[in-house]
Design a binder for this molecule. Structure first.
Ligand SMILES: C[C@](O)(CO)[C@H](O)COP(=O)(O)OP(=O)(O)OC[C@H]1O[C@@H](n2ccc(N)nc2=O)[C@H](O)[C@@H]1O
Ligand SMILES: Nc1ncnc2c1ncn2[C@@H]1O[C@H](COP(=O)(O)OP(=O)(O)OP(=O)(O)O)[C@@H](O)[C@H]1O
Length: 317
C-alpha cells in the first residue's frame, strides 16, 4: 500500500482537574477525555523524494514544520531511519473539519493519525502503546488521540486508563470562529491565580490522581448514565477562561437555560463550549435555539456524539 486515508476524531474533556505543578513547567492533571464524531480526514502517502509535505484546506493550519502532523512525520523519520530510506518521503493532506485552537485537540489528533498512517505505510507493526509513547513526545493530548474512546488521563495528560466506552451521548459544540484561547496562557494564568492551592506532597499527588478512578463521574460512566455524567462535568480552566472571555461565559449560560440540556462545560482550554443530550433530536433543537438567540455569523455550531474509538483507517490504496 502507498496511501492511507485516516479519520482523526476530536475530543472533549468531561473532567479536567489541575492538581499540581511540575518541575518541567507543565501541570499534573486528572482528566476524563472523550472522543467525538467531529473529525478531520487525513491522507498519508509515500513520495519518491525524501521530504515531508503538508497540504490543508484550512487557512489557519500551517503547512510548514510547525504543523503537529509535520512534526509527527519528522519524528518517525528520526525514529525509523531505515524505513525512511526504504520507503522515501511522506505527503500529508489535512481536510480540517475540527475548529482550530478550540480545545478539541485538532492538531493532536492530526499528529496521532500521521503516526498511525506512517506505521502502516512503512509496515512497522508498532503496538498501540508504542504509538502512544511516540505521541507523548509531540503533545500531552496525542496519546489519547491514538486510542480514543473514553479514558482517564493523568500526569501531563499522557498516562491513560481506558474506561467503558460511552456510545451515543449527543453533543452540541459552540465556538466563535474568530475567538482563540492559547493553552499555555490558560495554564499560566491558572498557576498565577490558583497555584497556592496545588498539592505539594508527591504522595498526596499520587493519591489525588488515583482518586479520580473512584470518583462519581467514573461511576456514572460505568453505568452509561448520561444524566449523572452531565451533573459531574468539571473543568478547572473555566476559572480563568470564563472571566477573561465573556462570550464563552455567555454560551455556557445560554446552554444551561435550554430545555433538554443534561449538562454543559467548556472543553480543554476552550473556547469551545459543549452541551450533552439524551437524543439527537434534542441536540438539533437546541442548536436551532442557540442560533436564534445569537444571530452572530461568527458562531459555529455542530451536532455530534460520543464515539468509542480514536484514529481509524478509512481506506488504503
Ligand atoms: C487543555 C488540554 O487540551 C486538555 O486535554 C491539554 O491539557 C493540553 O494538551 P496539548 O495542547 O496537547 O498540550 P501540549 O502541547 O503538551 O502543551 C501545550 C501547553 O499547555 C501547557 N500544559 C499542557 C499540559 C499540561 N499537563 N500542563 C500544562 O501546563 C503548557 O504550557 C504547554 O506548553
Ligand atoms: N494539524 C494542525 N491542526 C490545527 N492546528 C495546528 C496544526 N498543527 C499546528 N497547529 C497550530 O496549533 C495551534 C492550536 O491548534 P489546535 O487546533 O491543535 O488547538 P486545540 O484544539 O486547542 O488543541 P488542544 O485541545 O490539544 O489544546 C493553532 O493555532 C495552529 O496554528
Amino acid at each position: 500500500m502507498h496511501s492511507y486515508s485516516l479519520i482523526a476524531p476530536a475530543k472533549i474533556n468531561l473532567y479536567l482537574e489541575i492538581i499540581g505543578d511540575r518541575p518541567d513547567g507543565y501541570h499534573e492533571l486528572a482528566m476524563i477525555l472523550q472522543s467525538i464524531g467531529l473529525a478531520d480526514y487525513i491522507d498519508v502517502h509515500s513520495i519518491s523524494n525524501d521530504t515531508i509535505r503538508v497540504h490543508s484546506n484550512h487557512p489557519q493550519v500551517p503547512t510548514d514544520n510547525s504543523n503537529l502532523a509535520y512534526k509527527a512525520a519528522e519524528l518517525m523519520t528520526r525514529q525509523f531511519p531505515e524505513a525512511f530510506a526504504k520507503y522515501g518521503g511522506v505527503e500529508i493532506s489535512i481536510n480540517k473539519q475540527i475548529p482550530v485552537a478550540a480545545g478539541l485537540a485538532g492538531g493532536s489528533t492530526n499528529a496521532a493519525a500521521v503516526l498511525v498512517g506512517i506505521d502502516l505505510l512503512w509496515k512497522l507493526g508498532l503496538t498501540q502503546s508504542e504509538l502512544e509513547e511516540l505521541g507523548a513526545t509531540l503533545g500531552s493530548d496525542v496519546p489519547f488521540c491514538v486510542s480514543g474512546g473514553t479514558a482517564i488521563a493523568t500526569g501531563r495528560g499522557e498516562q491513560l486508563s481506558p474506561l467503558p466506552s460511552l456510545d451515543k451521548i449527543y453533543i452540541v459544540l459552540a465556538k466563535y470562529r474568530s475567538l482563540e484561547v492559547s493553552t499555555p496562557w490558560a495554564y499560566k494564568t491558572y498557576r498565577q491565580e490558583f497555584g497556592n492551592s496545588y498539592i505539594r506532597d508527591t504522595n498526596d499527588l499520587a493519591a489525588r490522581a488515583s482518586a479520580v478512578h473512584s470518583g462519581e463521574i467514573v461511576k456514572a460512566i460505568a453505568l452509561a448514565d448520561a444524566g449523572k455524567i452531565a451533573q459531574k462535568l468539571h473543568n478547572d480552566l473555566e476559572r480563568v477562561v470564563l472571566p477573561a472571555y465573556p462570550q464563552v461565559l455567555q454560551l455556557r449560560e445560554i446552554f444551561a437555560n435550554q430545555e433538554g440540556v443534561l449538562g454543559t462545560m467548556m472543553s480543554g482550554s476552550g473556547p469551545t463550549v459543549f452541551a450533552l443530550f439524551e437524543s439527537e433530536q434534542q441536540a438539533e433543537q437546541v442548536k436551532l435555539h442557540v442560533r436564534e438567540a445569537i444571530s452572530d455569523e461568527d458562531l459555529e455550531l455542530f451536532v455530534t456524539r460520543t464515539i468509542t474509538h480514536g484514529i481509524q483507517v478509512a481506506s488504503s490504496i
